[in-house]
Design a protein around this ligand. Sequence first.
Ligand code: RP5
Length: 160
Amino acid sequence: MKAAVIMGSASDEAKVEKGIAILKEYGVDVEVRALSAHRAHRALSEFVEECNNNGTDVILTAAGMALPGVVASMTVLPVIGIPIKGASLDGMDALLSIVQMPSGIPVATVAIDGAKNAAWLALEIMAIKYPELSEKLKDNRQAMEKACLDTNNEISEKYR
Ligand code: RP5
């Protein structure tokens, strides 16, 4: 299981690291880069080309601007886009510049600052190929359900 995580700037790192932690927790081999599509497009192209040829299963991309779509243009690997909220426009600029793509070049866009769900989605994509991962994800869903029901019991008891 192999994933690449590309952020547009080191300033995105704090928002992305929780997603990286989830991937690692599930035993995914993760390659992480901070490569701007605008300031370092040659190095970005070279890295995506490596991903195309080294068994990478999915690419997660995080940016305040249009990096995810640029990455998607260079690969047929699934590309997940994480819009990063910046100093202005509350992240709506990032969301729209990532989610709106020409047909044929999709970016699976998660919520603004949604790195954790990007990691869960990446795991679900990889689980199609890796049955053991699928079982682990099902176990995790059951654990979530149990935690929710336990909390529900506590709350209902508290107000009896
Ligand atoms: C985007 O511009 C980056 O992904 C980041 O979210 C934003 C600001 O980058 P810096 O100017 O802080 O490097 O490309």
